[in-house]
Design a protein. Structure first.
Length: 419
């Protein structure tokens, strides 16, 4: 079997030392490629790495292997901060659906695509890498390299390809990235209980990344015959299954990837309810709009009294990106009986900062006030879509932490007088 080092040498030779290489994120990030670059850093000189690496999950900064390396992606987080400031990391601030389409045409020379081991027919599954890789796997004139991950599940319902569809094959026996959900806090439990009042039996639930996964699945556990349609699931989905909330029909859990612990990966390969689909399905607004009673539950950094959301900036620095948030919010708003829910704690930094603010401090707005639906904190629910600007402020102040309510009301009165 060809070594990764030999492949990189060949790719560099075919591109005059300036290859553009797709490297996916998620739990099956190709560690073998990182190891080869770590051992021979010059192989990264002049290379540009393209991918959608997930904050808090993928820790490899592909620009760090050589000062002559560059990268392009859709999330910005701490590992890429230095190269972003140096101009070697290009951030594309687009919706996830747009990012998928971008991968279909962005210049690429090679793509390392994690796949499962072959089945009896000689096929491999995109499995946990189904979200973005299909946009690249179908491209002509891109050197497709299968990175076989022996511990990747082979779901009953997920894109599969004959191994012969790949130009090259390497094996990566590094264990999949695992991520254990922390216990639900009292605060998050209260948020989930409030969010559950906006749903009912038979709803389809979407959840964003981070702690809102647990909140969404805990909210789902209050009901029965729930379906999941989302971009990513964690172990929290297994909790909803165990609670008897998830419907029994095949495909009831539709997702692009799963990031958790071995029991989740085992279930992904054996439970027929797991259905892995690309971003062109999971984040498609027309697909989402056609799902009745879709509850899109997402998080954020702060919400202002106009109903605008910031989910990307903290202390004046960009720490995330819009991701799939806009896709899911718009899909839920178009869904018959759907709900767009922003679920977040009322405070941050140990209770010293309110997440309900008079005006956003961020230089950009992730969701405009016209896209506001419901906002949920541990103190209750604020319905914003049908509210005028004064009602919005009143309702949001009511679900802020009590210690901040008077100040918010006073600041709003001053701002309102100047509008």
């Amino acid at each position: 079997m060809t070594t990764v080092r030999d492949l990189l040498l060949d790719i560099r030779g075919a591109t005059d030392g300036a290859p553009r290489i797709y490297v996916p994120g998620g739990p099956a990030e190709p560690t073998c490629l990182a190891s080869a670059l770590r051992e021979t850093p010059d192989l990264a000189d002049g290379a540009t790495f393209i991918g959608h690496w997930l904050p808090g999950i993928n820790r490899t900064a592909w620009t760090d292997f050589h000062s002559g390396a560059a990268a392009e992606g859709t999330f910005l987080y701490s590992e890429y901060r230095a190269s972003f400031e140096a101009g070697r990391y290009r951030l594309h601030p687009v919706h996830y659906s747009t990012a998928f389409e971008w991968l279909k045409s962005v210049p690429l020379d090679a793509a390392f695509i994690p796949v499962s081991a072959r089945d009896a027919r000689g096929d491999v599954s995109l499995s946990l890498g189904t979200d973005m890789s299909p946009a690249v796997a179908g491209r002509e004139k891109v050197r497709l390299i299968a990175v076989i991950r022996p511990d990747m599940p082979f779901p009953a319902d997920a894109p599969r390809l004959p191994l012969s569809a790949f130009t090259d094959v390497v094996e990566d026996d590094t264990p999949l990235i695992t991520l254990a959900d922390p216990p639900l806090s009292d605060e998050a439990t209260a948020i989930a209980a409030h969010a559950a009042t906006l749903m009912g039996d038979g709803f389809t639930v979407q959840s964003g990344i981070g702690s809102v996964q647990q909140i969404a699945m805990a909210a789902a556990a209050h009901h029965r015959n729930i379906r999941i349609h989302t971009g990513m699931i964690t172990d929290a989905a297994l909790g909803a299954v165990t609670a008897g909330a998830i419907g029994s029909e095949p495909g009831a859990i539709l997702t692009g990837t799963a990031i958790g612990t071995p029991p989740l990966y085992d279930a992904a390969g054996t439970d027929p309810r797991f259905n892995f689909q690309p971003v062109s399905v999971t984040h498609s607004v027309p697909v989402l709009a056609a799902i009745p009673r879709l509850a899109a539950i997402n998080g954020g950094v702060e919400v202002d009294l106009f109903g605008q959301l910031n989910s990307e900036w903290v202390k004046g620095r960009q720490v995330a990106s819009t991701g799939g948030l806009g896709n899911f919010v718009r899909g839920a708003q178009l869904s018959a009986g759907g709900r767009s829910i922003i679920a977040l704690p009322a405070t941050a930094r140990g209770g010293s900062v309110s997440r309900i603010v008079v005006q956003l401090a961020s230089p950009t707005v992730t969701l405009s006030r016209a896209e506001a639906g419901y906002v949920v904190t541990e103190y209750g629910v604020a319905e914003l879509a049908t509210a005028d600007i004064d009602e919005r402020a009143e309702r949001l102040i009511a679900i802020a932490a009590p210690a901040f309510r008077d100040d918010l009301a006073n600041q709003w009165a001053k701002l309102r007088a100047s509008l």
